[in-house]
Design a protein around this ligand. Structure first.
Ligand SMILES: [Zn+2]
Ligand SMILES: [Zn+2]
Length: 427
């Protein structure tokens, strides 16, 4: 089935329900924020950049710093792109960026009622052209800079997504794709679908693009992690009688990493993507252990996952200040397990068969405790759940045992991504 397509300059989304936009958006934003560069902050800087440009007080080093933030934000390609910007002269950076700002501000200066799609194409086209003229910068990166100057109107022409949608990487295609994202943003807004965690709740072109990107990224991750899985992991004692305990351990590990039985496709709704409490706990403890071992004191992903695990297992959420708070215990953990449950928050809560009937979530307990960010534990919980999903049988009486979780693909990926183990030691 085609997920979505881009033809006749129209973006058609076949596979993402409008209801899913909020979830994907939050997940994508978390993913970006985890890299330590919240999108919101760069957007604020970009507003400032436009203002400085209008005032003619923008400097080349302001521009360079702003571009560096966006390079960091976009992650992997940074190495290829950053040195071009670093080595460009202040004058060149400033000149092209001023051109881009001028194009965007020209549009903003028009009365709302007088703005046409052609005006907008002209503005975005002018901006992306200016950035594209910088040495070493192509349309894809130019679209990232433009996106931050005009998030309401501009998408990012990410090369992965454009490959999937068969969009050429040129200016006209970027304009068409941005227009497609704007149309969908408008539909969402007309339907009253709220964009989470923002004032006003309105969708913008950049947000729609982000959701599509996250959607294909999730698919990509799922595909690459869909590996065969053993039903149970045990060591045959007879075959190991002459082996030392060390090699027996290796043997176990081999069995796990090169499993025998193919993994059955998990049918049904998203909430078949559950893990059992035992596998989750093993991963959480291992994460905490490994992060500690590498002296990553500031990285709380493991501690957070363990706190959540303790809470849903014992029925008591613990935290700084105040008594433990009673919450519902859960045997299976799905993406809704963290809360809020549908019964707790009509706007944010989502119902699913796994959490139906539950009344008090971890999220709610943190909320009552008055913590500043009640979602703060969630990245750790999501990480542990993802890693556990690789081998867990996804049922209450899961019989998987003896998995050396820190040797699994997703654990190693997390170690590299979060830098809690040196590259050599996890490869
Ligand atoms: Zn669920
Ligand atoms: Zn399990």
């Amino acid at each position: 089935m085609q997920l979505f397509e881009f033809s006749d300059n129209t973006l058609q989304i076949h596979s993402i329900k409008f209801d899913d936009f909020g979830r994907l958006y939050v997940s994508a934003r978390e993913f970006d924020d985890l890299k330590g560069l919240p999108t919101d902050e760069i957007e604020e800087r970009s507003v400032e950049l436009l203002r400085l440009s209008v005032d003619e007080t923008l400097t080349g080093s302001d521009v360079r710093e702003w571009m560096r933030l966006i390079c960091d934000w976009s992650g992997r390609s940074k190495v290829h792109i950053w040195h071009y910007i670093r080595d460009s002269s202040d004058d060149v950076l400033l000149n092209e960026t001023n051109k881009a700002c001028k194009a965007i501000c020209g549009f903003h200066d028009k009365q709302v009622g007088e703005r046409t799609e052609e005006d907008l194409d002209w503005a975005l086209g002018g901006a992306i052209q200016a950035f594209d003229d910088l040495n070493g910068i192509g349309i894809s990166y130019a679209s990232k800079f433009t996106r931050f100057l005009a998030p309401e109107h501009s998408a990012v022409l990410d090369s992965y997504l454009s490959g999937l949608l068969h969009i050429d990487e040129d200016k006209q295609s970027y304009l068409n794709y941005s227009r497609g994202c704007r149309t969908i943003a408008k539909e969402l807004n007309d339907l009253g679908v709220q964009r989470p965690n923002c004032v006003g709740g309105l969708w913008r072109a950049a947000d729609v693009d982000l959701v599509l990107w996250r959607y294909v990224d999730e698919l990509k991750v799922r595909k690459s992690t869909k590996r065969p899985r053993r039903n149970t992991v045990t060591v045959d004692p007879d075959s190991n009688t002459n082996e030392s305990s060390k090699s027996r351990l290796d043997h176990t590990r081999r069995n796990i990493l090169f499993p025998k039985a193919p993994m059955g496709k998990v049918e049904g709704s998203r909430c078949s993507e559950v893990v059992c409490q035992k596998c989750f706990g093993e991963v959480a403890l291992e994460l905490r252990e490994q992060i500690r071992k590498w002296h990553k004191k500031g990285l709380s992903r493991g501690r957070d996952a363990v706190s959540f695990w303790d809470a849903i297992r014992t029925g008591f959420e613990q935290g700084k200040g105040g008594e433990p708070r009673k919450i519902d215990t859960q045997d299976l953990i799905c993406e809704h397990s963290y809360g809020p449950f549908a019964s707790e928050d009509v706007n944010l809560g989502q119902g699913c068969q796994n959490t139906s009937g539950l009344e008090t979530s971890f999220w709610f307990a943190k909320n009552l405790r008055g913590v500043s960010n009640r979602n703060a534990w969630k990245p750790g919980v999501n990480l542990a759940r993802n890693i556990a999903m690789q081998f867990c049988e996804r049922k209450v009486n899961c019989e998987v045992q003896g998995v050396n979780w820190c040797e699994t693909v997703l654990f190693k990926e997390a170690a590299i991504e979060l830098e809690f183990a040196p590259r050599e030691s996890v490869n």
